[in-house]
Design a protein around this ligand. Structure first.
Ligand SMILES: [Zn+2]
Length: 211
């Protein structure tokens, strides 16, 4: 006899599946909830989600690289690769972070490649504030993508709590810089758009060569 009476629906809003085992969620929402700390959370996709922001980072970062704050940020991330994290919680989490940072370094990651990844994720958040929550899932995304500053063929998945702890650490140190970068980009993009609109407005009043 099937124990259908014991079944409860998945606790994620709008999910039609059954909760599994002792979880409040179905397997798919349980995984999301565990890794991103939000049953509806997701990992931003490298191309579809982050593509436009990676392009803007490529365009703007070199010009601002010499700013002392940028230099310090790159220095901080470079030291993270060498000295490891300052995370002081569970030793299992600490080991997982240290192992991933070692791998990143061996694979050739630098402070600058890590910063570019963090900036792309921060850019998505900056320009999608209405649909993207700034909470723990965003913190996980920062670390998740920073850990992919270099390709990781065959590397095992880093446990969710370790990704989150690393994200918190990086966000605490670089949060203001990441925010200011995108405010400055937005101002510049707006300025360009205004200049373009003003030029086009003049042309629509009197096209070139028109008397
Ligand atoms: Zn579900």
């Amino acid at each position: 006899m099937e124990q259908t009476l014991d079944r409860i629906p998945c606790a994620a809003k709008g999910c039609p599946r059954w909760a599994s085992g002792f979880s409040r969620y179905c397997p798919s929402h349980r995984y999301r909830d565990h890794y991103t700390r939000d049953p509806h959370g997701r990992i931003l996709r490298k191309r579809q989600d982050l593509g436009p922001y990676r392009e803007l980072v490529k365009q703007y970062l070199p010009g601002w690289m010499q700013h002392p704050a940028m230099q310090r940020a790159v220095g901080y991330l470079g030291r993270l690769l060498v000295d490891g994290s300052t995370y002081s919680g569970s030793s299992q989490t600490h080991r997982a972070i240290a192992k991933e940072l070692r791998r990143l370094r061996m694979d050739g990651a630098t402070g600058e490649t890590m910063l570019a990844k963090l900036l792309a994720v921060a850019g998505y958040a900056h320009f999608n504030q209405r649909t993207w929550d700034d909470g723990p899932c965003h913190t996980v995304n920062l670390a998740h993508h920073m850990l992919r500053a270099v390709p990781r063929p065959g590397a095992a998945k880093m446990p969710g709590p370790a990704v989150y702890a690393l994200g918190q650490e990086v966000r605490e140190v670089l949060g203001v810089l990441l925010g200011q970068f995108w405010q400055a980009v937005e101002r510049d993009v707006t300025k360009q758009a205004r200049a373009r609109d003003a030029i086009n407005a003049e042309l629509s009043v009197r096209p070139l060569g028109d008397g």
